[in-house]
Design a binder for this molecule. Structure first.
Ligand code: ASP
Length: 438
């Protein structure tokens, strides 16, 4: 049996950090699959290699600007490659430089080079085989194609020891295709799935998952266990834990994930399991988070409950403009759609309201903006008396007006709509009463 270890950008930002991560890999025989991110920030003010590569792509025709930015990338990799003196880093960098400047390389190819070079260096240091993700990770129509990926991985020796660059694969035409940003997390779960690993270790620069973002809440509590369902809700609602699509490849044949700190490997971390094993009959709150900049479209129609197909007609208009609906609430003669502001790309919010009014026979359509959604995520939330009372009390005591509330049937989340400007106060108030107050 094997473990896949994925190391994030900060864990691999310097030669010393890489040595530390390789030490972790070498300390357990089972760690046969290593997935790496591109080097991240060494200092707060630094820029990640992937961001610099993006800049290089944009200024590839401006020799001076390109030279300046690529110079930072060269310096980072040259410093890192010092861990393997025989590694031909100058040659590798010259190839990448020419590929960006003088070939038809597309943006995805350019963005992928950070992971590519880092994986080659780490493989050389560990004496593991470098396995390019293009050899087995396939995309079809822009999406990860798990069955093609599984079929390609069949042909690979599963007993080997590999270092695999995260974040990308290849499309139908064998061109490099990346996941969205932060996508090395997804590579980790794809590898876990196709190579039949028993555990996915996601090594980062924090001790695990916290109930609230420690940057916003001082001494936020760490969580020991989280269920897959809870993690999905957390990532969706803005908690920056793992990439929101990480779970898909490990969901069906559940492979446990553990989030660990590469700078403090002795700490226990947070386990992410299909089903929690530590369950109490008391409610457990695993996350208090939130996201702002939502819009809400409120549709009123008398006798809505008797209108067959009304919702379908309304959602068809959203679909036509590729607007993804985050949440829907419905009442007797009312329907509300919550949509992130960023979704209005093809049409503005104002114009969309006009189009919608023309297309559906509503009595009234009203648009609301600047809405934040607060989320309380956890276990047993709807099974216990008093959770909502505590939430409302906390918000009332802090003069936060609740605009809307939604409790999911899955029992694991409660979503509260408030004014955008009250998001951070709302998170703090809920944390104080629901976590500190316990
Ligand atoms: N390097 C990429 C990013 O910064 C992918 C990753 O690290 O997951 O988004």
């Amino acid at each position: 049996m094997a473990t896949v270890c994925k190391f994030g950008g900060t864990s691999l930002a310097t030669a010393d950090n890489i040595r530390r991560c390789c030490g972790i890999v070498q300390s357990d025989e089972k760690r046969r699959f290593v997935v790496v991110s591109a080097p991240g920030k060494k200092h707060k003010t630094d820029r990640k290699i992937t961001d610099l590569l993006h800049d290089c792509y944009l200024c590839r025709f401006d020799e001076h600007k390109f030279g300046e930015t690529f110079g930072i990338i060269e310096k980072t990799f040259t410093d890192i490659a010092e861990i393997v003196p025989s590694f031909p880093i100058a040659q590798e960098l010259a190839t990448v430089r020419a590929q960006i400047r003088f070939s038809e390389a597309n943006l995805d190819f350019v963005l992928s080079r950070g992971e590519y070079l880092n994986a080659k260096i780490v493989a050389a240091y560990l004496g593991y085989t470098f396995l390019d993700a293009t050899a087995f990770i396939r995309f079809q129509g822009g999406e990860l194609d798990m069955s093609a990926t599984r079929a390609l991985a069949q042909g690979l020796d599963k007993n080997g020891r590999y270092v695999i660059p995260g974040f990308y694969g290849a499309d139908e035409r064998r061109h490099i295709k990346t996941f969205s940003r932060g996508g090395s997390d997804i590579t980790g779960s794809v590898v876990a799935n196709v190579f039949g690993c028993e555990l996915y270790e996601n090594w980062t620069d924090v001790d695990g998952i916290y109930v609230s973002d420690p940057r916003a809440i001082e001494n936020a509590k760490k969580v020991e266990q989280v269920s897959f369902r809870e993690l999905r809700e957390m990532s969706y609602m803005g908690a920056s834990v793992l990439h929101a699509e990480t779970l898909l490849p490990v969901y069906e044949n559940p492979i446990p994930i553990v989030i660990k700190n590469s700078f403090a490997p002795e700490k226990k971390g947070t386990q992410i399991l299909k089903k929690r094993t530590e369950v109490s009959d008391k409610e457990t709150i695993t996350c208090i988070t939130g996201k702002n900049d939502y819009t809400c479209i409120q549709i009123s129609k008398m006798m809505l409950d008797k209108q067959l197909g009304f919702v379908k007609k309304a959602t068809a208009v959203f679909e036509e403009y590729h607007i993804n609906i985050s949440h829907t609430h419905s009442g007797l003669d009312n329907l509300c759609f919550f949509v992130e502001r960023a979704q209005y790309v093809e049409i503005s919010f104002e114009n969309f309201l006009k189009v919608l009014s023309a297309r559906i026979d509503a009595d009234k359509i009203k648009g609301h903006e600047k809405i934040a959604l607060l989320a309380v995520i956890g276990h047993n939330l709807s099974g216990k008396i008093g959770v909502l009372a505590k939430i409302f009390n906390a918000l009332k005591n802090n003069r936060i007006n609740v605009k809307t509330i939604y409790q999911s049937i899955s029992e694991c989340n409660i979503i509260i709509g408030v004014e955008d400007s009250q998001l951070s106060d709302g998170i703090k108030a809920l944390y104080r009463d629901l976590i500190d107050g316990e």
